[in-house]
Design a protein around this ligand. Structure first.
Ligand code: HEC
Ligand code: HEC
Ligand code: HEC
Ligand code: HEC
Ligand code: HEC
Ligand code: HEC
Ligand code: HEC
Ligand code: HEC
Ligand code: HEC
Ligand code: HEC
Length: 322
């Protein structure tokens, strides 16, 4: 890995002391990623049907094939033809994922005329059993899931995805965002109804623009940009820098030092009802400077940013005036 390139930036609210470890961790992860990718390539040549962990005693003769399932589960089988699991997999030149790739060998179930207890049922399985099935093939994409708040909170893959009855066919989601997320995070919803908010309910920004529900290396499932900046700078490029004169607060506290990410009663999603109040958290009002004989800081006449316009950093002025 490149070591003398541009320094990775701090995540949104990281303390500077965490930086080195964080980076070393990144190197480890990169290594693990390469290993995983290698394993995936090896698996790519195989039939997907072997991807998921099956009962240890399963023999080829225990599988009956999807045609057999279709004789009794006609509707499910018909719907499945357009599922990304059969469609995409075939397009990608693989054999396709079939019923038994997920439900396990079906002979005993078929021969008993449909005994429920003789087939793997997702509705009956524990969160860990479900995840293990799905991750049998999707480990490469979502390697961190079990360490995420969702994985640890026993929200399994089928907490958000439905294979046969999805409202959002593209990603097989039970419901489209943000409805999906509000089903469990109803406490978050009012934040997006505040006077100033990211337009999530309006469909302009989605929860997964900022969060990866499958887990990230930051707290609260928060994503970062490809170059390790706070995810915010992916859309708000002008705040990203690097600047000749950085505002230390942006680099150390991160965006959340001054902004509320979901919504706020204050314009510009600020954490404080007044700009001067916000600045004075860190800059003593007593030390307020005098400009042309007029004390500025302590007066509430004009907001600090009426002069300190380039508050996120400047290339020409150390006091962010220009
Ligand atoms: C001979 C007809 C028959 C065949 C063939 C058959 N099933 Fe079933 N299956 C049933 C019946 C009937 C039930 C419902 C049992 C009940 O409700 O008690 C059932 C239930 C199920 C369930 C559980 C449904 C639930 O409510 O949780 C799954 C999963 C399932 N089948 C999958 C399969 C798969 C996969 C195949 C092919 C390997 C297959 N079945 C082949 C008759 C069949
Ligand atoms: C990618 C994994 C996967 C594949 C492939 C798959 N299923 Fe399922 N199946 C599930 C999951 C997960 C559920 C739980 C309900 C859901 O998510 O829709 C389920 C539920 C079911 C049920 C229970 C009824 C219900 O809707 O809850 C039946 C019956 C069933 N599947 C049959 C089949 C048949 C027949 C096939 C092949 C045509 C098949 N499944 C292919 C994952 C899969
Ligand atoms: C046997 C392997 C296998 C298993 C088991 C499996 N999948 Fe998949 N899944 C695939 C393949 C192959 C595709 C098609 C896309 C591709 O080629 O990468 C796919 C596609 C998907 C997609 C759509 C991807 C997209 O690009 O939008 C979702 C979502 C998904 N799977 C979720 C699940 C869930 C949830 C489970 C467990 C219930 C599961 N899968 C089990 C192999 C599998
Ligand atoms: C808390 C909800 C949630 C859980 C739990 C969840 N997913 Fe997802 N998943 C999503 C959302 C939302 C998307 C669409 C992401 C987007 O639009 O960027 C998605 C997308 C995917 C995709 C498409 C490829 C991608 O990364 O965009 C796959 C494959 C997938 N999920 C598999 C899984 C598997 C396997 C599990 C369990 C280990 C799982 N998901 C658990 C919400 C969830
Ligand atoms: C089936 C219920 C369920 C769904 C659906 C769901 N979550 Fe969660 N989520 C949880 C649980 C349970 C936790 C862990 C306990 C907690 O911290 O609240 C969690 C944790 C989180 C956290 C971390 C909170 C923290 O304090 O660390 C974030 C962020 C999050 N979810 C975002 C989302 C997003 C975005 C979606 C939609 C794509 C979503 N969730 C869908 C149940 C769900
Ligand atoms: C503009 C980016 C952004 C969007 C969009 C976003 N979040 Fe967040 N969210 C964050 C950040 C950043 C945090 C971390 C806050 C912290 O660490 O104090 C967070 C925190 C959370 C938490 C942890 C609890 C809390 O209040 O700190 C949950 C749960 C959550 N978000 C869910 C959601 C859901 C659900 C959606 C969509 C309806 C969503 N978020 C949309 C950036 C976003
Ligand atoms: C997916 C793109 C995206 C991401 C990621 C994102 N934003 Fe935004 N943000 C927007 C859009 C779009 C607007 C609305 C702009 C408008 O209405 O003119 C906005 C508005 C804002 C505003 C208010 C601007 C104004 O003029 O009132 C602030 C402040 C802001 N975002 C901060 C953040 C922070 C902090 C983060 C990270 C936690 C973040 N954004 C992540 C797209 C994004
Ligand atoms: C030291 C406090 C502070 C920090 C840290 C901070 N901002 Fe701001 N930001 C402000 C203030 C104050 C305004 C309002 C300026 C005004 O209205 O004159 C603002 C305005 C904005 C706006 C509205 C457009 C604009 O430039 O006026 C966006 C978008 C924004 N900030 C994004 C971010 C992002 C992304 C980060 C993290 C990289 C960040 N901010 C960090 C204080 C801060
Ligand atoms: C979270 C704390 C924090 C907040 C909030 C904050 N700052 Fe700062 N600011 C700093 C730090 C730390 C420095 C670097 C001080 C130093 O180098 O001596 C700094 C530097 C500055 C400088 C350059 C001073 C110099 O010595 O070159 C200006 C101007 C400034 N801030 C204005 C503002 C304004 C205006 C606001 C409100 C929009 C604000 N700051 C909000 C922490 C903060
Ligand atoms: C009328 C314009 C104006 C307003 C309003 C204003 N400032 Fe300044 N500020 C200046 C000028 C001009 C300088 C001096 C720049 C220089 O020395 O090059 C300065 C310098 C500073 C410095 C650096 C002081 C130093 O010791 O180098 C800080 C910190 C600062 N301002 C914070 C604030 C805060 C906080 C507010 C709001 C409470 C505020 N300013 C309001 C114009 C203003």
């Amino acid at each position: 890995m490149q070591t003398n390139g541009p320094q990775p930036r701090l995540p949104m609210n990281a303390a500077p002391g965490k930086r080195k470890e964080w980076r070393a961790f990144g190197v480890l992860i990169l290594g693990a990623g390469i290993l995983l990718a290698a394993q995936r390539n090896e698996a790519a040549g195989k039939n997907w049907a072997e991807g998921a962990p099956q009962a240890p005693q399963a023999a080829p003769s225990d599988f009956v094939g999807a045609e057999a399932c279709a004789t009794c589960h006609e509707d499910v089988a018909k719907g499945f033809a357009s599922n990304p699991h059969s469609k995409l997999a075939e397009e990608h030149g693989k054999a396709g994922v079939t019923c038994e790739s997920c439900h396990g060998p079906g002979r005993a179930h078929v021969e008993s005329g449909g005994d429920k207890s003789k087939i793997f049922r997702f509705s009956d399985a524990s969160a860990k059993e479900v995840d293990e099935k799905c991750l049998g093939c999707h480990q490469g994409q979502h390697a961190n899931f079990e360490r995420s708040a969702h994985g640890e909170g026993n929200v399994s893959c089928v907490g958000c995805h439905s294979v046969h009855a999805s409202a959002d066919k593209e990603h097989l989601l039970k419901a489209a965002q943000p409805t999906l997320c509000y089903q469990c995070h109803s406490d978050i919803r009012p934040q997006f109804g505040m006077a100033f908010h990211h337009k999530v309910d309006e469909g302009l920004v989605s929860c997964s623009d900022c969060h990866d529900p499958h887990g990230t290396f930051n707290g609260k499932h928060v994503k970062s940009t490809a170059d390790q900046n706070a995810i915010c700078t992916k859309c708000h490029m002008e705040t990203r820098g690097p600047f000749v004169y950085e505002h230390v607060a942006v680099k150390v506290e991160g965006c959340l030092g001054c902004h509320s990410p979901h919504g706020s009663q204050n314009a510009r999603l600020l954490n404080m009802p007044g700009i001067n109040m916000l600045c004075n958290q860190c800059h003593s009002p007593v030390a307020a400077h005098t400009v042309a004989g007029v004390s500025q800081g302590s007066s509430e006449l004009s907001p600090c940013t009426s002069c300190h316009t380039y508050i996120h950093g400047s290339n020409v002025n150390a006091a962010f005036l220009r």
